[in-house]
Design a protein around this ligand. Structure first.
Ligand code: 13P
Ligand code: SF4
Length: 407
């Protein structure tokens, strides 16, 4: 295909780091995590949603008792979904727990409930709003529970990228795939342009499907999941280029784009990029029988050093089903690793990273927020409803349905 060099965008944007990314290490500590009254957790200094004072000083025990009572009163009107990375004091109330794929399927299946209380992050609540019934209201307990990775792909930057690719490479030359961890607007952009959503559980299947549709894939917003998936499918590393949204043509030449098989958006998860090959080497030194499993949001070199790479759901399955006495070093979010250690007392289960560093946006769902939203629902008000504009929802659903039909 002829390359049109005249349209190269000369604009260089000032690099912007999302606030959620700057706040990501706010809860890192050396001690095990333990829920404290919200007043104490507010000292972490991240952007929290304000709550009435009465909730801020309640002890975790008081909060638990009151949430339990509210859950009974709400009955089948509300279903509580909990992502595996939520803290234990939230997961204990979840009617369903799972990874992004499982929870999106639950959201689509739970048409009977009036409210879906999504204990996860904003893009997950948006997905539930897209897949849930028109009569259902999705509530995110703390509206500031976003995701730094999703925030690395703002709509305007992705639209500019798409325009540049279409002008440079031609219509039909790129199939867009977005990770579930992206906004509904990005999912809609992908759906409207012939692409699909994927999760960490099905990225290889979705990318394989995309390659059947066209010769090149734009993968947003996680460069690592994109690169790991491409590498697993045999795409050479030099045929995967990085798209830096702050550079003209993403920092590439038109020729490099033309020769590429995958164009990886320059986004990452700061929780999963903490896991290093040095940590893996230390785990192997300390426990010669250790099995190392890491999430595919980790960097390629860590994935290559691990014994297994698996989505959150696969990590749960492999550790739970392993033989008593097994030793597991895990590269994923600490709340899940701690829960697996607790639920598998006959095994040795530990996190690769010695620093206890939860996902700071997931961690913002403190029980005080869950109590507040259930109090509000019982009072006849719908707090923190997450909804998606109809046209965006339509195309986002196109991209989600393409994924679900492949799952
Ligand atoms: P999964 O739930 O798809 O494993 O994704 C992990 C994650 O980072 C969620 O935010
Ligand atoms: Fe986003 Fe990473 Fe947190 Fe998942 S773990 S919500 S990708 S920041």
């Amino acid at each position: 295909m002829a390359i049109n060099l005249s349209i190269v965008d000369e604009k260089v944007r000032n690099p912007r780091v999302p606030l959620t990314e700057l706040e990501q290490s706010a809860f890192c500590q050396v001690e095990p995590l333990e829920t404290k009254p919200l007043a104490e957790e507010l000292n972490a200094g991240v952007r929290w949603q304000r709550l009435p004072d009465s909730y801020v000083n309640m002890t975790p025990e008081e909060l638990t008792t009151r949430i339990e009572a509210n859950k009974v009163q709400l009955g089948s009107r509300a279903v509580i979904l909990g992502h595996h990375y939520q803290r234990e004091d939230i997961i204990q109330f979840a009617d369903f727990r799972g990874d992004s794929l499982k929870l999106s399927q639950y959201a689509a299946d739970q048409q009977g409930s009036e409210f879906i209380i999504f204990c996860g992050v904003h893009f997950m609540a948006e997905t539930a709003a897209v897949l849930g019934g028109a009569h259902q209201k999705v509530v995110l307990p703390n509206i500031n529970a976003g995701c730094s990775m999703a925030d690395m792909a703002p709509t305007d930057d992705a639209l500019d990228c798409w325009d540049d690719l279409m002008t440079t490479l031609g219509t039909g030359s790129v199939i867009p795939v977005t990770y579930m961890n992206s906004t509904a607007e990005i999912k809609a952009l992908v759906g409207e342009n012939g692409g699909a959503v994927c999760t960490s559980s099905n990225a290889d299947r979705v990318v394989a499907w995309a390659f059947q549709q066209g010769k090149r894939v734009l993968f947003l917003p996680d460069q690592h999941l994109g690169r790991n998936t491409g590498a697993k499918m045999g795409v050479p590393l030099d045929e995967m280029v990085l798209w830096n949204p702050f550079q003209p043509l993403g920092g590439n030449t038109a020729e490099a784009l033309e020769q590429s098989k995958m164009i990886l958006w320059k986004g990452h998860c700061s929780v999963h990029t903490r896991f290093t090959t040095d940590q893996i080497a230390r785990a192997r030194q300390e426990y010669p029988d250790v099995q190392v499993i890491v999430h595919p949001e980790c960097m390629l070199e860590s994935v290559q050093e691990a014994d297994y790479v698996g989505s959150t759901e696969l990590i749960v399955k492999m550790v739970s089903e392993s033989a008593p006495g097994s030793v597991w070093a895990i590269g994923t979010e600490i709340n899940l690793v701690s829960r697996l250690a607790h639920e598998n007392p006959d095994k040795t289960v530990f996190c690769l990273d010695p620093v206890v560093c939860p996902c700071s946006t997931m961690y913002r769902i403190h029980p005080a927020y869950l109590l507040w939203v259930t109090d509000e629902l019982l009072a006849g008000r719908v707090p923190n409803q997450v909804s998606v504009a109809p046209e965006t929802a339509h195309y986002a659903k196109v991209a989600l349905d393409r994924m679900l039909s492949l799952s």
